[in-house]
Design a protein around this ligand. Sequence first.
Ligand code: APR
Length: 247
Amino acid sequence: MLMKMENILSVAYAISNADYMIAVTGAGISKESNVPTFRGEDGLWRNYDAMDLATPDAFRRNPALVWEWYTWRQRLIAECEPNPAHFTLASWEKRGLLKALITQNVDGLHIRAGSTNVYEVHGDIWALKCTSCKYKGSLSSPAIGIPTCPLCSNNLRPDVVWFGESLDRAALSKVYNELEHADVCLVIGTSALVQPAATFPLIVKQRGGQLIEINVEPTPLSSIVDFHISGKAGKILPTLDSILDQQ
Ligand code: APR
């Protein structure tokens, strides 16, 4: 873990002095809960790249294969528990330090850790929608085969946002409202490569807010953030929390 002491103290100071702090999180925050990330080695399932499976085209070509991948992810996620990074953010919300949490993750771990003002902008891995009619539903256990619509018998798909798809407009406008209020934004465990989520922190920055990035490696945002703390979210966030406790 690479943490400069003056850096971490300055970050703790920024957190405790924030009027309206929000967090934007990505797959890296769940990595220590054993949920695979999307890019790099983790992004491979059998010989398939996650990027090639999470698309509407892939589902049209081979729904059975895409569902097999989702069933695998659902089984994995069902076994996972929130880690200290999720719990720290939930406790900061309860203490009034964190006002909103915007996540690209579909694993539900923030909510399971106790966070309540959560925007799951890429959806929820247990949610379903019909490929043909308006039906929406949810699974209580990992899918078996290709689930079909109880109303029209067509294929159901995971109600998550795939590449090339738009985010829900109503949800997005609430997210922009949070971004416009924020004076500090934590950016945790995201490669900051996927739009529009990658621009969320930029909106805070453009309005004069501070950005604090926590990641095991640099990202395209690293050169413009106010603080980059290099290390695992599950270690850094509890460390920051213990510094806040001493203040
Ligand atoms: N702590 C902090 N950061 C970590 C950790 C950790 N323990 N482990 C990995 N990371 C970082 C990686 O360095 C990387 O920058 O987490 C990031 C994970 O990046 P991605 O896998 O690209 O995940 P994310 O940014 O959430 O992807 C965005 O892409 O495929 C789509 O819809 C999918 O929501 C996903 C979106």
